[in-house]
Design a protein around this ligand. Structure first.
Ligand code: GTP
Ligand code: MG
Length: 181
């Protein structure tokens, strides 16, 4: 695979998990209570990204966009961040019942890398990582997982770095399997 000249990151997930807040917290380096349903598409210039590649960050809003537009955005993306909220069990259930199958069925050929993002860690004193590990066993396209908070900015830049890295330096379970024999 050749070096990409840009990276297109799409955020999906249930309503209110904090997709728009994550994007705006990254860009403004502070949490804003009042965010629109959908953030404008943002381009981060190469010189301020860890991998020195221009990075487009794309929000999804079920109130402003149709299912058809969502599928179209999935097809244009290089990596998808599937966001759930660590304080909302349903939003994590829907990762496997809805979001991961939707990403799979929207594309043909090479699987699209996925980052699993558990937002709002500021609200809880437990981790969802055990459940996430179980999910990862069934979905090798999940390159990384991260628990973060748009409110406290915890792991926000890491989340976008993992997404960039999944596109530019894909490792993943396939590589691990191949290197075993
Ligand atoms: P839709 O656009 O409806 O799909 O929602 P969304 O996923 O974009 O979520 P949004 O960013 O609008 O956030 C929903 C609510 O959660 C807002 O009230 C945010 O202020 C709040 N929120 C977002 N991130 C965090 C976080 O990390 N911690 C806490 N405590 N609240 C958050
Ligand atoms: Mg939103």
């Amino acid at each position: 695979m050749g070096m990409r000249k840009n990276v297109r990151i799409l955020l999906v997930g249930d309503r209110s998990v904090g997709k728009t807040s994550l994007i705006l917290s990254l860009v403004s380096e502070e949490f804003n209570e009042d965010v629109p349903p959908k953030a404008e598409e943002i381009t981060i210039p190469a010189d301020v990204t860890p991998e020195q590649v221009p990075t487009h960050i794309v929000d999804f809003s079920a109130v402003e966009q149709t299912e058809e537009q969502l599928v179209d955005e999935i097809q244009r993306a290089h990596v998808v961040c599937v966001v759930y909220s660590v304080d909302d069990e349903d939003s994590l259930d829907h990762v496997t019942s809805h979001w991961l199958p939707l990403v799979r069925s929207s594309i043909q050929g090479t699987p699209l890398p996925v980052i699993l993002v558990g937002n709002k860690v500021d609200l809880v004193d437990y981790s969802t990582i055990d459940m996430v590990m179980t999910i990862m066993e069934g979905y090798p396209e999940i390159e990384s997982c991260v628990e973060c908070s748009a409110r406290t900015l915890k792991n926000i830049s890491e989340m976008f770095y993992y997404a960039q890295k999944a596109v530019l330096h894909p490792t993943g379970p396939l590589y691990v399997l191949e290197s075993q024999d």
